[in-house]
Write a protein that binds this ligand. Structure first.
Ligand code: C5P
Length: 404
């Protein structure tokens, strides 16, 4: 029994779904778990600490500044003397606090202080759940490793409105709690297939010379790794790079754009395509079979170029188009307007745009500052390590696929 002997710190925040938390306490205890309840001020407007304490057979913690509680256990110990922190219901407000590291009451302080897995069961009005601010907070929390169960679709307790926002039922929350104990990290992309391209391409001039660019493959490789970490079956089609293959990913090594296109098409069908590679736009029209020789007195050769296939555009308009097609846009000027045009032209759902002017040090560097350009708006992310950009993007992808 996954829950037998487990100590669960249950944070109840202020939503009408708090009434279901009473039943949740019973269900968890029936399975051998102990439940230590914490209630926010808002939660106490919906259910009483008396009822919660009676069902949990434990003291109910409500106040960060309670001298008695601090003397008995202390909030840091409270945050850590458990095997899992369960938040049910998790309101939009509490999620916003968590995503931003606020600690202005007992619940938010415990969530910042804990080193245990955290499972959240959101409950809110569908418009609040759909709001870009809540979308961002949920993506941040997922990237931080917070597990989620729900919200579910259906009628709200307050009546009238339907949509995503209803708290998962107590038994669904119990099952998700067991899954956290059994499976370690939550794998929201399990069963999903992803194709990622990464790195530069090398376009041969002759057997020893080629046209290349400064892409290191770091961002694309980090994205492949982050998708795999969330359970996706990832094929990474990599151009020539000097960094190692990510763990848990099928890697296909290629050199030229045409090889990259062939490898990507061979990996279809897929649910997700993230085309990060800096594919050369042009190749030498007819690469020489033998090394070009310098002969004294002869004229300097000119290179005639021809266009390479656009892999992103091909995938974006393919009959087997993945549900989510994401491109990158490395620009040195007019980043946003160029990326917007690219979104349409390439048939992508999202373009991750970055300024690769030499002064930014982004191309080949370890950090990235990106803008997400979607059909419904633009979102600027702060300056982050490429791994963090990858984790956030993977979390966002998981979230989008859940809703498609
Ligand atoms: O048009 P541009 O090269 O700026 O577009 C960048 C995006 O298109 C990236 O996602 C890149 O991986 C993809 N691309 C491609 N094939 C090309 C050129 C770009 O897949 N030939």
């Amino acid at each position: 029994m996954a829950l037998s002997g487990k100590r669960i710190l249950l944070i109840i925040s202020g939503g009408i779904a708090a009434y279901k938390s009473l039943d949740l306490i019973r269900r968890l205890r029936e399975r051998g778990a102990s439940v230590r309840p914490v209630m926010t001020k808002g939660a106490q407007e919906f259910v009483t600490p008396l009822a919660v304490g009676a069902l949990a057979a434990d003291h109910v913690f409500v106040d960060l500044f309670s001298r008695q509680d601090e003397q008995d256990i202390g909030h840091i110990r409270l945050a850590r003397d458990c095997d899992l922190v369960l938040i049910a219901p998790a309101t939009a407000d509490l999620m916003a606090k968590m995503a931003n590291g606020l600690a202005d009451d007992l619940a938010s302080t415990l969530l910042l202080a804990t080193d245990k897995p955290v499972l959240a069961a959101p409950a809110m009005n569908p418009r609040m759940w759909a709001h870009p601010a809540t979308r961002r907070n949920a993506a941040t929390l997922r990237a931080d490793g917070v597990h989620f169960v729900g919200p579910m679709a259906g009628e709200m307790a307050e009546g009238g409105e339907a949509g995503l926002g209803r708290m998962a039922e107590p038994l669904e929350i119990v099952a998700a709690t067991e899954a956290v104990f059994e499976g370690g990290r939550h794998k929201p992309l399990a069963g999903r297939k992803a194709i990622v391209t990464s790195g530069p391409t090398h376009e041969p001039i002759d057997p020893v010379r080629y046209i290349a660019n400064r892409s290191s493959g770091r961002q694309g490789h980090a994205i492949a790794a982050a998708l795999a970490k969330l359970g996706a079956d990832v094929t990474l089609v990599s151009g020539p790079v000097t960094i190692p293959d990510p763990i848990g990913v099928n890697v296909v090594h290629v050199e030229r754009a045409e090889e990259m296109r062939d490898a990507v098409l061979a990996a279809l069908p897929a649910d997700i395509a993230v085309m990060v590679a800096a594919v050369a736009d042009w190749r030498v029209a007819s690469a020489a079979d033998q090394k070009l020789k310098k002969h004294p007195g002869e004229s300097i050769p000119t290179l005639a170029l021809t266009e390479n296939p656009d892999i992103l555009k091909t995938v974006g308009h393919h009959t087997m188009r993945p549900k989510l097609v994401i491109g990158f846009a490395a620009e040195t000027q007019d980043v946003e307007s160029n990326a917007k045009a690219k979104l349409e032209r390439k048939g992508a759902d999202m373009i991750v745009a970055n300024d690769v002017s030499p002064a930014t040090g982004i191309m080949g560097g370890s950090r990235n500052s990106v803008k997400l350009i979607r059909h419904d708006g633009v979102e600027q992310w702060p300056d982050l390590a490429k791994e963090e950009v990858a984790e956030r993007l993977a979390a966002l992808i998981a979230e989008k696929l859940r809703l498609i």
